[in-house]
Design a protein around this ligand. Structure first.
Ligand SMILES: Cc1cc2nc3c(=O)[nH]c(=O)nc-3n(C[C@H](O)[C@H](O)[C@H](O)COP(=O)(O)OP(=O)(O)OC[C@H]3O[C@@H](n4cnc5c(N)ncnc54)[C@H](O)[C@@H]3O)c2cc1C
Length: 410
């Protein structure tokens, strides 16, 4: 058994949630050990930074809070207590300024996660945080000590005065977020809402010809409609479906619809900046003998992928009639067959059921054990909302640990 000081916090999971908690706790003078099953911490955070790390969003807080489901009230106190401005201040104070992009999204000045992670890890080491990598948490023993398995050290145990679980969801398992913790917590009698893909792509059946030529090609500046939700943006054709920002934004209602056996047709507007009348007017100037592709490209500047999609969805019979074609361009239907697997999703829905934690995210069935970040049951679209909630829940729990430790020492 490892010998430890009496007031020692174990953080299991070295993603952004675990690391910001380690920063607060060690900054408050507590001894902190971060365990992670990977060789190094922050792997998903680094992955998130590859396409530009969108750390939070600058929209008004009421709109911001409405992005969260299934019920915003679960996260609201944590986000208000450590809000987007506080998060930006924390980045600033670490030496990584942030800026607001044209869409209102907030990014670190470097646009990447690497400098922020490097600076944070440096500060944690200065504050005395110990890292134990390649330690896979497997649960508790009969004395409530934490149990870990290490590839060469074998089984080890650890008895902290408080534990913070920040084990992430189940997407991109190569980053360490395998979701295997659900079994451990289930065994401990903690209710887990099944993990499902969120901000994910959807499956559809393309012809071989279309898939082989257009997989990986984006459909830019489109609008997507599903039930009464409409989203502007971009979608990417994949070999067996469709993904990308606009699709992710519809993922929650679409997944729920599919799970409930409801209709699964999304409607694409390939000309969202033009009314149907304006599209018809443009199309009415077809030149004699002009091919359909040239007609569409010249009058509406439709991309090759958009024209090919029109052909794909009409069995290569794009109507010549202007009214019919206008309707199709503004309402092109795509039948979705299923949800892409969770391992390629941006984030995970489901997790520890909300009623299993108190207002500070402490497990009611395991006093002194907190759970934060993506492993809790909430979901949000992309746009910086994922990291904000991840970090806010971790800050809330860390502040509670600091307060309770101080109270117990008084
Ligand atoms: C491609 C991609 C792009 C993204 N881009 C953005 C973005 O721009 N903005 C945004 O807000 N969000 C983004 N996200 C989401 C964001 O990265 C996550 O929401 C965030 O990383 C969740 O943090 P976390 O600390 O809860 O979990 P994670 O970052 O997943 O960390 C969990 C840690 O726990 C460890 N662990 C798991 N099980 C065990 C165990 N049994 N024992 C020991 N250690 C264990 C893992 O190794 C891992 O290090 C993106 C995600 C992906 C996949």
């Amino acid at each position: 058994m490892t010998s430890i000081p009496t007031q020692h916090v174990a953080i299991i999971g070295g993603g952004p949630a675990g690391l910001i908690a380690a920063d607060l706790l060690s900054g408050a003078g507590l001894a902190v050990t971060v365990f992670d099953q990977m060789r190094s911490p922050g792997r998903k955070f680094l992955l998130a930074g590859r396409g530009g790390l969108n750390i939070t969003h600058s929209e008004p807080i009421e709109e911001f809070l409405n992005r969260y489901g299934p019920d915003r009230s679960f996260l609201e106190p944590a986000i208000r207590a450590f809000d987007p401005e506080a998060l930006r201040n924390w980045c600033n104070e670490l030496g990584e300024t942030t800026f607001i992009g044209t869409s209102g999204r907030v990014f670190p000045a470097s646009f990447r996660a690497t400098p922020l992670l490097r600076k944070l890890l440096q500060r944690l080491r200065t504050q005395g945080v110990e890292f134990r990598t390649q330690h896979r948490w497997t649960g508790w023993n009969h004395n409530h000590a934490l149990r870990f398995v290490h590839p060469s050290l074998g089984e080890t145990e650890f008895s902290p005065h408080a534990t913070l679980l920040s084990l992430g969801g189940a997407s991109w398992p190569g980053t360490g977020a395998t979701g295997a913790w659900t079994e451990v917590l289930n065994t401990a009698g903690i209710e887990i809402v099944p993990l499902r893909p969120a901000n994910c792509g959807f499956l559809t059946t393309w012809s071989d010809h279309f898939a082989s030529r257009f997989a990986g090609i984006p459909l830019k500046n489109i609008a997507l409609r599903y039930q009464n939700a409409t989203v502007r943006g971009e979608a990417m054709i994949t070999a067996n479906g469709i993904e990308g920002g606009a699709i992710y934004a519809l993922a929650r209602p679409l997944r729920t619809g599919i799970e409930g056996g409801h209709e699964s047709t999304i409607l694409l507007d390939l000309q969202p900046d033009r009314t149907a009348e304006a599209v018809s007017q443009k199309l009415s100037s077809r030149r004699p003998k002009e091919s359909t592709s040239n007609w569409l490209r010249r009058t509406l500047r439709l991309s090759r992928a958009a024209v090919a999609l029109l052909r794909e969805q009409t069995g290569n019979s794009v109507p010549h009639d202007v009214a019919q074609l206008t309707h199709l361009i503004k309402n092109l239907s795509i039948e979705v067959d299923g949800v892409q697997p969770i391992d390629r999703a941006i984030s995970t829905a489901g997790g520890i059921a909300q009623q299993e934690v108190d207002a500070d995210f402490m497990l009611s069935k395991r006093p002194s054990v907190y759970a934060v970040g993506e492993m809790l049951d909430w979901e949000a679209p992309t746009g910086g909302y994922l990291l904000q909630a991840t970090l806010s829940t971790a800050v809330m729990a860390a502040r509670s640990i600091v307060a309770k430790t101080a109270a117990s020492e008084a």
